[in-house]
Structures are given as structure tokens and as C-alpha cells.
Ligand binder design. Sequence first.
Ligand SMILES: *Cc1c(COP(=O)(O)O)cnc(C)c1O
Length: 387
Amino acid sequence: MPVRPKERFLVFGSPRIEEAEVEEVAGSLRSGWLGTGPKVARFERDFAAYKQVNHAAAFNSCTAALHLSLVALGLEPGDEVITTPLTFCATVNAIIHAGGVPVLADVDPVTMNLDPEAVRQRITPRTKAILPVHFAGRPCDMDALLALADEYGLRIVEDCAHAIESTYKGRACGTFGDFGCFSFYVTKNVVTGEGGMVLARRKEDLDRIKVLGLHGMSADAWKRFGDEGYKHYQVVAAGFKYNMMDIQAAIGIHQLSRVERYYERRQQVWNAYDRAFAGMPLTTPAPQETDTRHALHLYSVLVDEARTGVSRDRFLQRMTAENIGVGVHYLGLPEQPYYQERFGWRPDDTPHATRIGRQTVSLPLSAKLTDTDIQDVVEAVHIALES
Ligand SMILES: *Cc1c(COP(=O)(O)O)cnc(C)c1O
């Protein structure tokens, strides 16, 4: 057991970036084509190919992708969208900005994903859609959610921010719903700095949100300045400014080409953590469900003070003191003051998510981690649990 902390702070979620990305970004800068252009088009094609679908649309974040998808559902005031309390605030904010009313259903305490039975209990005549989040990269129970959507005539928008590599019964997450929204934020499994992508089951829906995502202009704006001659555009909706830049796609193209290699590295880190924490008073992630592929985005342990003698927040402080960056994914959304005031949400209404949110700690899980980093994390966990 070391007596001093790791020498340099291990930043949580720090991405692995290689020379090809640096060169490609420099190439974009040298070419002068910084905005939406051929590299975005290529990144969309590459992503669609990776997900084995025909079309994908890139945007400047997953938050934007979720917003556009929900706007495209055409929510009327008072329409309800059921989602999970164990998610990033962007999921629920997107529902609000699209004019919907977010409704929370509790998670399954083991998988930490939306519990389909809890969803069923929250369905009302105003329910329009379900917004499942494949939490940490673990696919939701899509058979049950699709059956509910079918039974009640609901749409589905999948939040796939954690789920780039996830599959459920052989089918890619993000292809079950009307829309699937992905994130390339710096901590995610594939990064562009800021960035997002949408898959849509129907090509018309994807075309529609491409228009909505670029001011509501009817033609591809980047073609306006091409060598085919000036083309007038028409404004057909009050759209948004959500387009991805070629500088971002320049990073994404090379990141995506290594998605499986990075996945394998995270699998090694994951297995090393599982082995190291097996005998310790922590709850480690549940095994993967059969016939699914977990994207291994977050490795979270539950720190139950009754078992460890150390509170979760004390554990977080101790890890940081050991120079290990940690995360909390997430405090249940009903803990947040805005939602309490606006919707009257109370932590007790979704008790599983609340308990998980109060106990969870995410440990570093990036393809950038070295074997020494892994050892440092494991040693820090031992130290953080000492009474
Ligand atoms: C990161 C994240 C988002 C938002 O993604 P951005 O690309 O940062 O906008 C949405 N939902 C979940 C579950 C996330 O983890």
C-alpha cells in the first residue's frame, strides 16, 4: 500500500486522442473549411455504417439531438414524456424545451435502467412518448418498452449518450425508437469535444430534423458556398443552430475508426476493477444481461455507509485527495431544486434512483488509462475505504 498519493491528478473521463485527430483538425484549419462540410458528411456516413443503418445526422451535442428529436414528435402543451430520474439533466431539459412535461418512472435497482412496470404505472391519457436512457451503456429492456409503446401508441426517443457500442438482442441501441441520440462530449466513448448524432427509423424524420437543426433552412447550407453555383434557400420552420463543424467531425472520424479498440481497452480496465473489488464492501456493476452488449461507459460502485463506515461524499473527497478524479452519475433528478419547484418532484417518489444517486461513484474508465493508472485507482479505493 503506498503512503503517498499518485503524483499527477488522474482527470476523470480524460479522452484518448491520437496524432491522426491532430493532423485532421490541422488539415481543416489549413483548408479554411471550418464549418459544416465534407468531414461532417463523412462522419455521418461512417457512423451510420458502424450502426448498420442507412442514415445519420450529426449535430453539435446530444442535448441538441434530443431537443430536435422531441420537437419533431410535435408535442402539444401538456403532453407527457416518461423518462428516468437517473440521468443527466439535459434529458429532462430537452423535454421541457420541446414543450413537453417530463414524468419520471423509477429505475430497476439492479440494472439502473427504466423499469418497464414503473413506466406503465405512469402512463396517462396525456403520455406521448417514452425516453429511455441506456444507463452506463447497459441496454434497456427494449422488448418490454416497445410492447408498452405499441399497446399505448407511444413514440420512443432513446438517449444513447452512453451507448455507442450497445446492442440488444443483436440490434444496435438507437435503432429501436423513432429517434436515437448519441453524444461525443469529451468524456464519452467516442469524442469530438462537443458533438451529437441522431438515428431515425424513418428517413423523412431525419430530413426534418436536419432542417430544424440548421435554422429551418431547406437546403444544405454548406452547399450554398460550393462550386455548383449559388443556390437560394427557403426558411420552412423556426429552426435552431445545432450543426456540427468539420473541425469536430475531423476528430470524430478517427475516434470512430478506433471505437472497438478503445472498447477492448475499457473491457480490460473493467475486468481489472471487477477482480480487484470482488471481496470489498462495495456494490460493483451487475453482470451484463445475456444477448446484450454493454458499452462499458461508466464503471460505478455503490458506497453504502452502513457497509463501509464511510459516506459516499467522504469517499469522493478521499479519492480526490489520492489524486484520482471521480464522478457522480447521477444524483437523482428530484434532488435538484428547479424540478422540485416546477414539478413538485420528491426524492421519495423514485426511491431506487434516489438511493443509487446517493451511493454511486464513477471511477475512471477511459481507453487512455495505463496499467499503472488502474493500480493507482484500486489502491486509492482501498485507502478511501479505510476507517
Ligand atoms: C452526456 C449526456 C447527455 C448530453 O450530451 P451532450 O453531448 O453533452 O449534450 C445527455 N444524456 C446523457 C445520459 C448524457 O450522459
